[in-house]
Design a binder for this molecule. Sequence first.
Ligand code: GRG
Length: 305
Amino acid sequence: MVSGTLNELTSDLAPLRAAIEEQLNRFTSAHEGCPERLTSAIRYSVLAPGKRLRPLLCLLACEAVSGDWKAALPAACAIEFIHVYSLIHDDLPAMDDDTLRRGRPCCHIQFDEATAILAGDSLQMLAVQVICQELAAQPARESLRILSEAAGRGKLVGGQQDDLAAEGRFGPVDMLGLEPLEFLKSIHRRKTSALIEASLQLGGVAGGATLDHLRSLSAYGAAIGLAFQIVDDCLDVESTAEQLGKKTRKDSELGKLTYPSLLGLESSRALAEQLVSEALAAVAVFKDRGERLTQLAQFVIERKV
Ligand code: GRG
């Protein structure tokens, strides 16, 4: 068990959170040619009270390799833009058909479907733009490689497609020849972990990480990414919509494959614990500079929202 309470970590991370909010606000301000309704929808979604897990991981990865987190702020915003786009599109009637996100009406409810689609589209390109604009040529190229891979058809988008397929949306479910648990992991490695892993890698690139350090950050990211998803599935069963700020028990209503449905709650939580231990082992190499990554990993499984 890592020392420190959630409150201590939260106040410790307050300056990082404040810097993230400031930059998200700056990068989403009114832009020439962008209609006011679209700017409003983008800002409504981005500036809503999210946990900022991915941008925080990005900053802490930079801190682990260089001792300072500030160089990773543009990359941290870029990853949050991709994440928010994915949430907006995931909530659309054609996908998950949700009404509540981050404790507020979803973007397509607050505005309209077309505006929500376009807000998501804009955020993808805003992520690219921020990286090209704010980073030097070499780290920008490397960061775009990482981001486009993680957010692309083989990871985030492909994982989402298979997640919808697993609901039987496109006909009989094809588990790609895998056992149910492995099929579920394959979906979540792509849909959830890939972006979390990319957050760590982008932070590493911003901090000038060596290849070995990038590998350690990736191993940490992949492990806590999967742990995060397992906890997400558990919270969907254990919590109320008021606690989570989004609809709960949708998975079981849809008869979806989840960790609790396959393993039960106790074994699911045990698997998440094991993954967090793997994540901690991966960042031990950073010694003191990796302390906050260590603490954050613990809170991924202790979180209540
Ligand atoms: C539409 C291409 C496309 C992908 C959608 C984001 C996503 C993929 C699906 C969301 C469904 C879901 C419940 C995924 C589980 C993990 C996850 C991404 C949770 C939401 O992330 P949090 O909890 O959200 O970090 P906040 O609002 O705190 O940023």
